[in-house]
Design a protein around this ligand. Structure first.
Ligand code: TRP
Ligand code: SF4
Length: 339
């Protein structure tokens, strides 16, 4: 593809943002700080497509798909409660826009299997999720379905966690190969990793529902307190009189997100001189987390009173997503000689 073409392709789709989340359970502070706050900002300046990746959930949870519908509903409520606006962004459910599957199928015709076997998450996830048979066709194709999700909307930018960058890289290669065979249809998207926040869970590992270390967006003030007051700290602070250092303290990562510079300076001094205990230190931060979650939970409560709200939002999102998806598929079918 010539440079010229690339430039015109990029400007045509300038600003389009696409991202998705698998509906695997209650959203937590990791999602909020790692993705959602960023999405809420992005929707102010860019055309955004955010979707519930329910087919992607099936690639690992195919034997027990029971939670998917309810988790999808809960996720939409969480999204609305944190400020994603269905009048501004397109919020939809992947399986309700079957063009994702069609594009995935067509990509599967042209992508060599070793490209997929090489994606690092393929082996990693198989190792991590032992006890499930992940030698399926669909699981191998996981990142190719993701490529279809992204390219269907001609995204310029894809906000994701760092672990997803290889999938965006694959997407660029898929776009290049397609364009080389059939002419320029797809721009190459860029992955955007949010600096802010890799939020540790209460045990210090990455926050994740499956580790049981998460603070959910729906946890009330007491639950937040109970969880965070027990969060692991600098192991050197065995006794109250032992000094520690915030830079070795998982709990302090939350101070970095939630507290003012002044507050951080004060507890840092207190920690290093053992003039403050961990419980008092954490109180400052716990308060902020509670204050952030309270209005989110209030909005969520109001939303749950509006019966059918998630179905309404999804129906509207589906309509808007399908319009774009149909246009792209028209071009794809034409380019591949399918018209
Ligand atoms: N694989 C992503 C995750 O696990 C979810 C996802 C599916 C996605 N399709 C996408 C993210 C398209 C960005 C763009 O987090
Ligand atoms: Fe962490 Fe604060 Fe305890 Fe220091 S005093 S170890 S920063 S919780």
């Amino acid at each position: 593809m010539s440079n010229n073409q690339q430039t015109s392709d990029e400007s045509r789709s300038s600003g389009i943002v696409v991202s998705g989340t698998r509906p695997t359970g209650a959203l937590h502070l990791g999602h909020l700080n790692g993705a959602l706050k960023n999405w809420v900002q992005l929707q102010k300046t860019a055309r955004c497509f955010f979707f519930v990746a329910d087919w992607h959930a099936l690639t690992t949870d195919y034997a027990e798909p029971g939670g998917i519908a309810e988790n999808t509903r809960a996720m939409i409520l969480d999204w609305l409660a944190v400020g994603l606006d269905p009048d501004v962004s397109v919020l939809f459910r992947q399986s309700q826009v079957p063009e994702h599957a069609e594009l995935h199928l067509l990509f599967s015709m042209i992508i060599p299997v070793p490209w997929l076997e090489r994606v690092p998450s393929y082996k990693e996830q198989q190792d991590q999720l032992q006890g499930r048979d992940l030698s399926t066709y669909g699981f191998l194709g996981y990142p190719l379905l993701q490529s279809a999700d992204i390219l269907l909307y001609k995204a310029a930018r894809v906000p994701v966690g760092e672990d997803q960058l290889p999938h965006v890289e694959l997407t660029r290669e898929v776009a290049r190969r397609f364009n080389r065979f059939y002419g320029p249809v797809f721009p190459e998207p860029t992955g955007m990793v949010v600096e802010a926040a890799r939020v540790p869970g209460t045990d210090g590992r990455k926050m994740s529902k499956s580790y049981g270390n998460a603070v959910a967006l729906t946890d009330d003030a007491d639950a937040v307190h109970t969880k965070l007051v027990r969060m692991v700290t600098d192991p050197r602070r065995q006794r109250r009189s032992d000094p520690g250092d915030p830079k070795d303290c998982p709990a302090f990562r939350l101070h970095e997100i939630y507290c003012t510079e002044q507050e951080r300076a004060e507890v840092t001094q207190g920690c290093r001189t053992a003039s403050i205990g961990c419980v008092d230190c954490k109180k400052v931060m716990i308060r902020r987390v509670q204050d952030e979650l309270a209005p989110i939970q209030e909005r969520r409560r109001e939303l749950t009173l509006r019966r059918g709200i998630t179905e309404e939002v999804l129906a509207e999102g589906r309509k808007q997503a399908a319009a774009v998806a149909e246009t792209t598929m028209g071009e794809v079918r034409g380019a591949m000689g399918l018209l």
